[in-house]
Ligand binder design. Sequence first.
Ligand SMILES: [Zn+2]
Length: 462
Amino acid sequence: MLERNTMVYTTVTRTISLFLVAAYLTVASTPSAFAQSRVTVVRDAEIEALISEYAQPILKAAGLSRSGIDIVLVNNRSFNAFVDGRRIFIHTGALTDAETPNEVIGVLAHEAGHIAGGHQERLRQQLQRAQTMAIVSALIGIGAGVAGAASDSRGLATAGMGMAAGGAEMARRSLLGYQRSEEATADRTAIDYLNRTGQSANGMLKTFERLAGGMALAGINVDPYQISHPMPRERIANLEELARKSRYFDRKDPPQLQLRHDMMRAKIAAYMEGGQAVQRLFRGNPRGIPARYGDAIATYLNGNPRTALQKVDALIAEMPRNAYLQELRGDILIKASRAEEAANAYARALSLAPGTPGLLQVGYGQALLATGKPDLVKKAASELQTGLSREPEFANGYRYLAQAYGQLGDIAAADLATAEGHFHLGRYQDAKIFATRAQKRMKRGTPGWLRAQDIIQYRKPG
Ligand SMILES: [Zn+2]
């Protein structure tokens, strides 16, 4: 299940200095300089697990290794990526553009190179303290009003593209603009990390070549990444020379990783653009697993659960231990109102997935809730609670938790769950209303009462 969290955020729409951006992220600024824009962040267990696997060896080589780095996927067709040491921000477009894992890994290595080089240190420090959505709207998803439009209507998106281009790009330029010398340093450092992890720099080279070429051709529709990372020809030439020197230059990604990568691309294409986009993407191999995976997802999204189920079951027969095929099976069964079978599929997905993915656990709880059977609803509340304790920012999950508590007759817990949901969507006023309501039914000093108190007393940073 690929979940979308759309948020209306104030975003920067005209040229402002680095200093102002830092101020914007920490204190409220004059509204005249900003406009409302919609940003969509997507959550998906399969994609997050894969990107985290790509990143871990590189971050370790860079000395930035930490457990549980957050992956923030921004629903945007353009190419962009940014790493702040505790989070990786990446546009879904950057993932579908990348034909191999190595291309994504190369970009992550380059970003790690910027961190290691201390580039944009002051902005980075501000960002470390900022809330995820503030960064997404101010830095990564600028012009994301365009992305928001894209999920409603493709025609609108095209119209928005031209309008958003001028102002937003000026803003990007001033937000995160690396110097040319910094680019060269980050490239060299990236190659070092790739060598140390036994990986090729070919993917990084290919990506930057493509971006540098696109700039000249496309003119106005420039990827945000190109604006912040200058790509003159001599930089690409130097990068190529260094990349080819490595003994790993011709090394390919392991076939299993490539397969997972292609399944991820199929999923993004199916969710963001539909079945035809999947077909376009896998023209060369229309009967391969990724193409059929994307097709099964598109069939499910088109409201045809019976056919989708046949398609996913055929894939499961080939890959019985793939957690995310089980998850898709669960999603389909929910749509087909077969909640208990869906719960079994999610339980299997949970047992097959690496780690303890909170997102899958929320899916499991959601299915248990849908059965409507009192003992299973009780289990739903506990699974949702645990899943959300692992993924506290997964705002959609609180809706199910509130429903579960409501069905169990625990009104105070239901109100608190609703308060949490509003809170994590940045709707602090609504959050406080529900937290206050919850508190009235709670015993003073209990964990629930204290959490409600935190929400009531919360002040926006700055
Ligand atoms: Zn760069």
